[in-house]
Design a protein around this ligand. Structure first.
Ligand SMILES: [Zn+2]
Ligand SMILES: [Zn+2]
Length: 179
């Protein structure tokens, strides 16, 4: 996930400008009551349920049909934003989004939206998801490595089952040698 989080985010009057920057509008935008860029604030979580998967422990499953692009659930997490003195704490009851498994064949994406000046990690459907389907996303971690062999010695083998060949959870980021 690429973070677009910045210090001192300005909420624009124009809904489109906010939307492009992954900032939800507040009540002062030009869209007023018709504003469609307050999706996360207005819509609740989709119905989801935690169930046992085939070999991956628990997973999160859709409990209703979800259309491509729809907001599903928010990730509550612990995270320190450097330079902001902001600490977002994981919700104590254990937010169910933590059961969303990594799978290379993903059906969800995570976007970090700014709502009322605060970062929110939100899951959206990448495609139509029918009720009963497991929700999955790709972590998209990067791992610094000198070369392919170095990468393979450090990377985590992915057992998601969506690819036959051996593959890894992380993406390789080549370290450039300093001159
Ligand atoms: Zn708006
Ligand atoms: Zn995989």
């Amino acid at each position: 996930m690429k973070s677009r989080w910045k210090l001192n985010i300005d909420i624009a009057k124009e809904c489109v400008l906010n939307k492009d920057a992954w900032i939800e509008c507040d009540e002062n935008c030009d869209g007023r009551e018709e504003c469609e860029n307050r999706n996360i604030q207005k819509s609740g979580y989709k119905k989801v349920t935690v169930k046992t998967t085939n070999g991956k422990g628990n997973g999160l499953f859709a409990d209703e049909d979800i259309k491509a692009g729809e907001y599903i659930i928010e990730r509550k997490y612990s995270m320190k934003y450097t330079g902001m003195n902001l600490w977002i704490d994981a919700i104590q009851d254990g937010n169910r989004s933590r059961f969303i498994n990594h799978l290379c064949n993903l059906n969800c994406v995570v976007q970090q939206w700014c709502i009322n000046g605060m970062p929110h990690m939100c899951f959206f459907a990448l495609k139509d998801i029918s009720s009963g389907t497991e929700l999955t996303f790709k972590y998209n971690w990067t791992l610094d490595a000198k070369d392919d062999a170095d990468f393979k010695s450090k990377a985590t083998v992915c057992n998601c089952g969506s690819k036959k060949e051996k593959h890894y959870m992380e993406n390789m980021a080549l370290i450039r040698r300093k001159k």
